[in-house]
Structure formats: structure tokens, C-alpha cells
Design a protein around this ligand. Structure first.
Ligand code: SF4
Length: 217
């Protein structure tokens, strides 16, 4: 059954490129992405969750994919992980409304367990299929600083050999933007087993974002 489902997934188109609009402004891209059928993930999700923020934002933050709340709202980082992101940005002195936030995959991937929709990590072919949208966001916004949130986003943009555990919070050498760094996904703070580790995770996340704020200063 799982094998059959994999065959079904991979027999669908796996490239968003044919859905890119002729005009490559953020609003035209957002509108076109709403109708993207570049891979199978649109089928189960409520809607495309495109990036949000200023066209000329100095900081772009890229996560993995929208979660349950984001899927319903149609906006990135509005659920519990988004609130952790807000706290981290505030602690680092970066205004969220001056940043651009997005994900490497624009549709929510999940499995149903009873009435709950449980997040599933997107596979490489799904990330690759969705990549044209992120490439266009990067091209239009042209951020000074690019912050990759979590291992999935970091590996998608920096290569599968990138080890977040070894390089989080470092300023990385990359031609994606003048300042590039990777840190945990804010949802990792929510998964901390107890209050002490949650506070420690929150502090180290904010510290990673302070590295960006200092580099921008
Ligand atoms: S996940 Fe990306 S490529 Fe797949 S349908 Fe959604 S927007 Fe298109």
C-alpha cells in the first residue's frame, strides 16, 4: 500500500516551473502559486501558503513547510511555532514585520490520525518540485540576510551534507545572500521535553538570531 502510494506520488508532476507566471513580481508569484499543481501535495492541503513580508525585506527566514494552523490561515508562521519565531526575533531586535518569512515547501504535508493532522517531513522530490517558488522569492526580495530554520530548509538550500548540529548560528559562506545562517526550526522549542530545556532552546534560538542582527548592524 505504502509502495503504491509512493508510485502514485511520483507519477504526478514534480516541478512547479510550468506554473510560474510571466510577470515575476511577488504579488503575481503569490497569485500563481495559489493554483500550483507542481506536485501531489496540493491534494490534501487547504491552500498554498506563500511567503509573506516586505518586497525589500533585509532578512528572509525560510522554514520547512506550513503547519496545520498555517494551512488553514493561508499564512506562514502564524501557529505556535510562529509565536516562538516572533519571540526569538523580538529578543534579537529584528522586527518581524520588516522580515520576509516563507517555507521551502508551500503546501502542508501531513498524515491523518483520527481527527488530527500530523506533520510529515517533505521528501526530497517534493522539495525540489517546489523550489522554483523559493528561487523566485529570493530573486525578488534579494535579502541581505537569509536565515534557514531547521535541518530540512538548511539541507534544501545548502546541500544534503550540511549538518545543522555542527554549524547552527555560524555565518556561512554561500552565494544565496551576503549573510547566510542556519538555526533550529522554532517548532523544536515546542517539542522540548520540559520547561528548563524549552527555555534553553528558546535562548539559544534567540542567540542565533542575534548573530544575524549583529551582522546586519
Ligand atoms: S508543494 Fe509546491 S510544487 Fe507542490 S503543489 Fe504545492 S506549491 Fe506546487
Amino acid at each position: 500500500m505504502a509502495q503504491q502510494s509512493l508510485i502514485d506520488e511520483q507519477s504526478e508532476p514534480n516541478d512547479a516551473t510550468p506554473f510560474l507566471p510571466e510577470k515575476r513580481t511577488l504579488s503575481a508569484l503569490r497569485e500563481a502559486a495559489a493554483g500550483c499543481r507542481g506536485c501531489h501535495l496540493w491534494r490534501g492541503a487547504t491552500q498554498t501558503v506563500f511567503g509573506e513580508g516586505l518586497k525589500r525585506a533585509r532578512v528572509m527566514l525560510v522554514g520547512e513547510q506550513p503547519g496545520d494552523k498555517e494551512d488553514l490561515a493561508g499564512k506562514p508562521f502564524v501557529g505556535p511555532a510562529g509565536r516562538e519565531l516572533d519571540k526569538g526575533l523580538e529578543a534579537a531586535g529584528i522586527a518581524r514585520d520588516e522580515a520576509y518569512v516563507t517555507n521551502v515547501v508551500k503546501h502542508f504535508k501531513f498524515e491523518e490520525r483520527g481527527r488530527r493532522r500530523i506533520h510529515q517531513t517533505p521528501k526530497r522530490f517534493e522539495i525540489d518540485a517546489c523550489r522554483p517558488w523559493l528561487d523566485e522569492e529570493l530573486r525578488v526580495v534579494e535579502p541581505e540576510a537569509l536565515v534557514l530554520l531547521g535541518a530540512t530548509a538548511a539541507k534544501a538550500l545548502l546541500g544534503s551534507s550540511f549538518r545543522l548540529t555542527q554549524h547552527r548560528g555560524e555565518l556561512l559562506d554561500s552565494d544565496l545572500a551576503p549573510i547566510v545562517t542556519a538555526t533550529i526550526h522554532p517548532s523544536a522549542i515546542l517539542r522540548a521535553p520540559d520547561e528548563d530545556s524549552r527555555i534553553a532552546q528558546r535562548d539559544s534560538f534567540a542567540e542565533d538570531l542575534r548573530v544575524v542582527a549583529r551582522a546586519l548592524a
